[in-house]
Design a protein around this ligand. Structure first.
Ligand code: G6Q
Length: 536
């Protein structure tokens, strides 16, 4: 990968100067410009419209951001990613989740193997398995049809499938109930096991490494619970499936080869929804719909590869994020789906974005002297309107926000949908133009809060695939400009290691460990209280 310090580029310096002169811009005035909407929206077939007219930008801003992308070699980097160059340098891996959704059969060789061929074989195994579960061909140990699917996984092995199963509920097999257990807080698994009948439950153990503490702890307890409930060890064969790249560990755990679905190092955890990690989604919506989901993402892959900057939604999204983060000092970015079924989307994006671009060391190993990824947060509208929108409207922060909705509802309550959409549009208008004159200063709205509008024709497997892919590419483009490695996640390691040291101490090991005074005090407190509880 290239290593270009963005602050050294001509366009970065020009953007700093331009930001100074843009300080006086107000959306109320910008939106009065002739043809503003016409020149600042992108319509993609019958899929979606992306409106970026409600941003504190003008033609100069867009031109300078485009120059920045050119100087930072964004397009060249994208081509490297697609061609399999190991752009995840700190782990020496290619980044090819895009290949999973590409129907092409042209060989793409990574580590001596044609990954297009091997991934298609694995995806087809998943389709067959998912269909057999859906029609009741594969059943539990006592011959009962599965009614519960429990995905045990965490992080990238949970957030994607969980979000997508929720988002596509209207396309799901309603005879099946889906549960997602991720947390090592025992309540997560315990509450799930209370709800399900062991004879009718399929467990999917989703873990790329098959060593993750939380997932392994939950999988082991689920396994013992099932054996105890069904009375025979053999029941595991019928009720447990593994999704992993570590076949050795899966076998050791006791899951048979036929029930193991693989994926590979060139698919990062938080980008793995397109692989067999999507098993729960595939069972929920069926393999035809799952393929439409992949097609939607592939459609966007082509869009971002082919479209020039001004017609490229992911590039504009990325550029706007950089404009606010680096030149207007915005620290957060809100993602606000006006779609209840997308209620897990902000949480999913938090991982995708913050684990990818929450870095402060550049590609040369040097600490950066500019801001990188913002804090991503959000909740579905209209709920958020009755909670945190107050701060966006009248607080002191600049908070760019993405408003996501669909013209067609996913339910038959049409009057509700008109109400939802009127709120959706009213909020972006109110945030932009505000209300500068009111009967009291407390009732004034300054406006000038920027928003992007992503309005889909309808939410379905294809459009969900497209939506996710847009954000994936946005994240990648920003990482290129910020000159960071977006596909590693070393920041999650330290706490994990320390937890391993603290575990035996909490459990009563008396050997001396070095901790800061606060942590030591808290460990002692837990030990004292746990002893008291044990003695009662
Ligand atoms: C994602 C991360 C991380 C990972 C989880 C689960 O990009 O790598 O969130 O997905 O730690 O890991 P396993 O799938 O190996 O259990």
């Amino acid at each position: 990968m290239y290593s270009i310090n963005p602050t050294k580029t001509k366009s970065w310096k020009a953007l700093i100067a331009h930001a100074e002169t843009s300080k006086g811009l107000h959306l109320r005035d910008l939106l009065k410009e002739k043809n503003r909407f016409e020149s600042m929206h992108i319509k993609v077939d019958d899929l979606l419209i992306f409106d970026f007219a409600k941003h504190r930008i003008d033609e100069t801003t867009l031109k300078l951001l485009e120059d920045l992308f050119d100087e930072c070699k964004v397009q060249e980097s994208l081509e490297k990613q697609f061609s399999g160059v190991p752009i995840n340098r700190t782990e020496n891996r290619s980044v090819l989740h895009t290949a999973l959704r590409d129907p092409s059969t042209d060989p793409l060789i990574i580590d001596g193997k044609d990954i297009r061929e091997i991934s298609k074989i694995e995806l087809h195994r998943m389709y067959d398995f998912a269909e057999s579960i859906r029609v009741g061909k594969i059943r539990g140990h006592t011959g009962k049809i599965f009614k519960n699917v429990v995905n045990i996984g965490i992080g990238g092995s949970d957030l994607g499938p969980h979000m997508a199963v929720e988002a596509l509920k209207p396309f799901s097999n309603r005879n099946l109930k889906f549960h997602f257990v991720s947390n090592v807080d025992g309540s997560d698994l315990h509450e799930c096991l209370l709800q399900i009948d062991p004879e009718e439950s399929l467990f999917i153990i989703a873990s790329k490494t098959f060593t993750t503490q939380e997932t392994m702890a939950n999988a082991q307890v689920a396994q013992s619970w099932l054996i105890q409930k069904l009375g025979v060890h053999d029941c595991i064969e019928k009720h447990f499936v593994a999704i992993s790249s570590n076949s050795k560990k899966v076998l050791q755990f006791g899951i048979k080869k036929e029930n193991t679905f693989g994926f590979w190092d060139w698919v990062g955890g938080r980008y793995s929804l397109w692989s067999t990690i999507g098993m729960s989604l595939c069972i929920s919506i069926g393999s035809d719909n799952y393929q439409k989901f992949l097609n939607g993402a592939h459609f966007i892959d082509n869009h971002v590869k082919e479209k020039p900057f001004r017609e490229n939604i992911a590039k504009i999204m990325a550029a706007l994020g950089i404009w606010y983060r680096n030149f207007m000092n915005a620290t957060t970015h809100a993602v606000l789906p006006y779609d209840q079924n997308l209620n897990r989307f902000p949480a999913y994006l938090q991982q995708a974005d913050m684990e990818s671009n929450g870095k402060s060391t550049d590609r040369n190993g040097v600490v950066v002297n500019y801001s990188t990824g913002p804090i991503i947060w959000g909740e579905p509208g209209t709920n958020g309107q009755h909670a945190f929108y107050q701060l966006i409207h009248q607080g002191t922060e600049l908070i760019p926000a993405d408003f996501i909705a669909s013209v067609a509802p996913q339910h038959p309550l049409y009057a509700h949908h008109s109400k939802l959409l009127s709120n959706y549009l009213a909020q972006t208008e109110a945030l932009a133009v505000g209300k500068p004159i009111a009967t009291s200063p407390h009732k004034e709205f300054q406006g000038n809060q920027p928003t992007s509008t992503l309005l889909f024709d309808r939410m379905n497997p294809f459009s969900l695939g497209a939506l996710i892919a847009l954000y994936e590419h946005k994240i990648f483009f920003q990482g290129v400009v910020w000159n960071i490695y977006s596909f590693d996640q070393w920041g999650v390691e330290l706490g994990k290691d320390m937890a391993k040291t603290i575990l035996p101490e909490i459990e009563g090991d008396d050997s001396e460990h070095i901790h800061d005074s606060s942590t030591k005090g808290l460990i002692n407190h837990i030990r004292v209280l746990s002893n008291k509880t044990d003695n009662n």
